[in-house]
Structures are given as structure tokens and as C-alpha cells.
Design a protein around this ligand. Sequence first.
Ligand code: KIV
Ligand code: ZN
Length: 514
Amino acid sequence: MNKQHLVIFDTTLRDGEQSPGASMTKEEKIRVARQLEKMRVDVIEAGFAAASPGDFEAIQAIAQTVRESTVCSLSRANETDIRRSGEAIKSAASGRIHTFIATSPIHMEKKLRMTPDQVVEQAVKAVGWARQYTDDVEFSAEDAGRSDIDFLCRVFEAVIKAGARTINVPDTVGYAIPFQYAETIRRLIERVPNSDKVVWSVHCHNDLGLAVSNSLAAVLAGARQVECTINGLGERAGNAALEEIVMAVRTRADIFPVETRIDTTQIVPASKLVSQITGYPVQPNKAVVGANAFAHESGIHQDGVLKHRETYEIMRAQDVGWAQNKLVLGKHSGRNAFKTRLAELGIELASDEALNAAFARFKELADKKHEIFDEDLHALVSDELATPEQEHYKLVYSHVCSETGEMPLATVILNVGGVEHKAQAGGGGPVDATFKAIESIAGSGAELLLYSVNAITTGTDAQGEVTTRLAKGERIVNGNGADTDIVIASARSYLNALNKLHSSLDKVRAQGDI
Ligand code: KIV
Ligand code: ZN
């Protein structure tokens, strides 16, 4: 089969970041962007430049760093948003502006309060403004999944004439069903004049659990770009999962007339990095990247796989990067080997001081846990990558007394803005007691929405990775912490969330946001 190229457009840093509490710092976004580039993603949607100064700076930094992938910024269909995007992607080796406006009757009437004619006019203007900054302009008809096909044809014809190169047909609310969505794509390609001059793109949400199926059905109908996220992260039930799209196309090469340029061995490292940074754990039975995705439990399956792997396995674990989970450093590794491995992982520490601090923690960790994996390094440097405003609360000391029949008692010392405070508290368990002691110093009044612990690697000496989700007023943040001692990991995670609430990181999004 003569294969066509399927463009993989990753929106983890934009739609993915819209998941509650998944806000990332600039440094974290750069780490994710580097991993996406290493994975050979075609387009990285780095953010929504007009949403906040933090988003703008992150896109700008990614545009300066990434050379092998196109860097894209999202904008509503207005001149101010588009100017911000144009400025943010200015230094990209290859930069794209993605502009969108809603086309469904319900969105036009109730949200935009615009007539269909006004929407067409605005869409055309938006593409024209974007073309002043780059030739690579993508147009999205928001809520296309519930839009009238004749109106979509009209809008798309007009924006293609105005210079859009990629036409995206989002199923914004996850309403589509595969055969029907595929039919929409097929009809659009047939009916819109000059449809062969543009790349047809799909962007599916997972509200009915159909985001990947809808995207793949659309590929069979002629779409040549899929918008997706690592681990399917994204608004509400999430977006189509990149790893599932890429592996479906590759594994069923007999069906799909397309191929991607993705280095699939980078999929699991990307999944772990995004999970660790956003605090969204990957469910064990998640396709491709879940811990059990290649585990065979039943005796019949184990026997079959031992006799011939392909009896029960359609993909090889090492092809998606599970084999990357190898020993990388040990307690005898020196500072240089440590620094080199960090550089290979795309991690640059700002100063020699930060490197020395991270190396000291690495040595401590290597004493407790003899085998250090890439995942451990990612967790370890997270603290060193924090900026001063994210370190208002620092853990100085933690002690917990926990014995059968007694209430656990925790003592903590925190450095708060340069001053040390000590507190003691009892609780239902050691973690509860520690959180209460921290809260008695911080007095944040935040509500704990989620607390979860995961082992970063295997074995009882593994680091526990803790996610704590806190809500205060309108704001929701996720905090992460890792340590071989899960009470300390929990304290770090809680403080990380408090620091995010304290800093202005968790941006207040622009009015009329998507
Ligand atoms: O879901 C959606 O419609 C979007 C657009 C901005 C592409 O995220
Ligand atoms: Zn979306």
C-alpha cells in the first residue's frame, strides 16, 4: 500500500492543560515539549497565547527551544488573540497559528450571539490576520460535530480562500459516532472547493468514550491530521489518546493507508513524564501505556505467550518504550554521568548550584534505592526546577509516630517565606496527621479533592509518587511529590499544591474561554 503521511498534532500542552489542576509551569511545559519533539510529533500546540502572560511566555520559550516540530499557538478569531499568537511563535523554526470560531447553531446563538453571516465574516478576517504572521494557518470550526454540514461547507470554502492550510473539524463535546463522523469528513472533502489544497484534521473529545474511534474512522474517510494528547488528557473526559492513534495506525497497517513519523519507543517515557508533571495517574488497564497493558494474568495466556508471543500480543512492549524502563544510574555514578543523563532526558538545570543540589539528592536516593531509573530522575529534579515563587512553603523536617492502637502523631517544620515554623498534629493515619500539621501552619483553608499514591518503578524500595489536588475558591491545583518514604512524598506533594495556590501560576483564564 502506498502510504500517505498522517500529521500528529499534539495538544497536551493546550487542551490537555485544560484538565482540572493540570496547569504546568513554563519549565514543565518545556520538558514536555522536548519529549514530544524527541518522539517526532509533527505539530506541538504549545498553548493559548492570549490566555495569560504565563501561557504566552511558555509558547515563546518552546518556540525558541524546539527545532524539529512545528510550534503552534491557539487563538480565538479576534485580532488581539492572533497578534499574541503571532508574537509568541515568532522565533519558531516552523510556527503555526490555529484560530477557531464556533459554527453550531447553539454556540452561535447562545454563546457568540452572532448570526451565521457574521461568523463567516469573522472566520475569514481571522485567517487573514493570522496569515500576516505565518503561512501555516489552521482554522477550526468549534463544535463542528453539531454543526450543519451546508454551513460548514460555506465556512470552510471561505477560509480556504482566505489562506487556511489546515481545516479542523472538532467534535468539541464528544457527541459524534464513528460512522456518522466519518461520513461528515467524507462529504466535506467531496463538497468543499479546493479541499485537495488543504490538510483535513480531526479533534475528538471522549465524552462517550469514542474519541479514538471517531478519529480513526475519520482517517479512513480522508483526514490526514489527528489532534490528540498524551494519555488522552484533556477537557472533561479528555481528548483522543496519541498513543492509541499512533499504535492503531501502525499495528493495523493492513487497514490504514497512512503512516506517522512517531518514534514509538518514546511513547511510554512521554506518558510517564506527562503523568508525573500533571499529577494525572495512568489507569493500570489503559491501552498501550497502562502498567498492565502487556501483563498476562491468566495461565492460558501466559502459556500461549511463552510458546509464541503473538498468540496474545499484537504489539511488542519494547516498541512503545517499556524496555526503556532500564537501569540508568547507580550509587557509584558520578556528577558527570548524572548531568549527561539529565541532558539526554532534555532536563537542563538553571545553575551549578541547582545541579549540585539535585546530585546530592540523587546520591541520597541511590543509597536507599540501588537502581535509579529515568522516571526516578524526572521525579527527583522536579524540586530543583521549581522557581522561587513556587517555593514559598518548604519542608524542613518531618517526623511521624505511628503504632498499633495509638493515634499517629506528626511533627513538621516548614520554612514559610524564609521563616521556620513548627507544628504537631494527630490524625487518622500518618499522612492525615502530617497534612493537618502542615495546614495548621499554612492555614490555607483549601479543600482536599484528591490524594493518590503510585509507585514510580517496581519493588518495595520504589519511590512513591503522590498527587494531591486542592481547591480554593475557583482554583484547582495538583501537587506532586516523590520519595522512597511515602509520608515525606505526601508532605512534598501537599506543599507543591500549596505553592501553586500561592503563586499566580494557576492562571485566571481569558473571558469567553474555550
Ligand atoms: O474542542 C475544541 O473544539 C477545541 C478547539 C479549540 C479546536 O479544542
Ligand atoms: Zn478540544
